[in-house]
Design a protein around this ligand. Structure first.
Ligand code: TRP
Length: 340
């Protein structure tokens, strides 16, 4: 795809970002920004759909996520980082899109369905939550995002988006909106410290990019390994052993890993040794990110200025899209003011 292809990605600001985010999407964005016109959105409006009663949490995490983005190397000179709620056109567009979506269709969205079950909303699910995929369609299409890097779980959002795009273009006989292509990350999900599920803040099994070296050490020492590897001399299992899963991803010395694995399988290699190795590897990886984060934390006004500048640039793009949308929808009333 060409250099002028527009990429749209984003995260809900509900907590600082962790290693799972890094592996699943941040690393990818640092690459994509060199090839595409990339927009990275801090989805505060979407975060509010299930945190509307806790706005301070969302406010605080705008900065945390902004700091994480800049610290990992999302470069404001290459990517446009913006705050969702500062783009009123997204809300405007979402209202128009709601006409193209039935309540039944919304209730069938597998991602939303799973979230409703997980949060026990049942019949009391709010309209805001149920309709967030429509809002997400507006996020993507307001900048004419053609490529959306996502995890598998977000695929229903892209399907929903494209249904709206096609219905809109067909109904108004226009080619205003652009269909979005998912760019699915094939990197397997990073397991959490407990090895039970994917790394996530809500499961309490995450290593955050902003964790200190000591916290990382403590967390690694608590990591799930092989429950049957009791004595150092016992042969141990590498598969499903979270320490090795992480070493595979973060240790660049592949020979060393191969030897460690063989030794562990044979027996005679203790968990503490492999954990110490992983602590060294992870802290080596996180150190430059921490250093940049610490620098940026000294100047939070700069971070906010980056987010505001990105939001202004996004508003300009969004305003252009809305001109076309309004024209297609016969809402360009200003033309009726002009004398013929
Ligand atoms: N729903 C995404 C998540 O929960 C965040 C998000 C909001 C997003 N709008 C988006 C992702 C648009 C990609 C494109 O992580």
């Amino acid at each position: 795809m060409a250099h002028d292809t527009i990429v749209l990605t984003g995260d809900r600001p509900t907590g600082p970002l962790h290693l799972g985010h890094y592996v699943g999407s941040l690393a990818n964005r640092v690459e994509l920004q060199n090839t595409y016109k990339q927009f990275v959105m801090i989805a505060d409006v979407q975060a509010l759909t299930d945190n509307f009663d806790n706005p301070q949490k969302v406010r605080d995490n705008i900065l945390q996520v902004g700091l994480d983005y800049l610290a990992v190397g999302i470069d404001p000179n290459k990517s446009t980082i913006f705050i969702q709620s500062l783009i009123p056109q997204i809300a405007e567009l979402a209202i128009f899109y709601l006409n193209f979506v039935t309540i039944n269709r919304l209730k069938r969205n597998p991602t939303v369905k799973a979230e409703i079950a997980q949060k026990n909303y049942g019949e009391n699910v709010t309209a805001g939550f149920l309709t967030y995929p429509v809002h997400q369609a507006a996020d993507i299409t307001v900048v004419k995002g053609a490529l959306v890097p996502i995890g598998e779980d977000q695929l229903p959002m892209i399907e929903q988006t494209n249904e709206i795009v096609r219905a809109f273009n067909r109904t108004y006989n226009a080619e205003v909106l652009v269909e979005a292509k998912p760019l699915i990350s094939h990197v397997p999900r990073l397991p959490g410290l407990d090895g039970k599920g994917k790394m996530s803040k809500s499961l309490g099994n995450a290593i955050f990019l902003s964790d200190t070296a000591d916290v990382v050490a403590k967390k690694v020492m608590s990591m799930y390994t092989d429950p049957d590897h009791i004595r150092v001399s016992d042969p141990g299992q590498v598969e499903g052993n979270v320490v090795f899963t992480y070493l595979d991803i973060f240790d660049t010395d592949k020979n060393e890993i191969r030897e460690l694995k063989a030794h562990y399988r044979r027996g005679g290699l203790g968990d503490v040794v492999i954990k110490k190795k992983l602590i060294e590897v992870l802290n080596g990886f996180l150190d430059p990110i921490r250093t940049r984060r610490a620098e940026l934390e000294k100047d939070l006004a700069y971070v906010m200025a980056v987010l505001f500048k990105g939001s202004q640039d996004t508003q300009a793009v969004a305003a252009q899209t809305m001109d076309e949308v309004r024209k297609a929808m016969r809402l360009d009333y200003e033309t009726m003011l002009k004398k013929s």
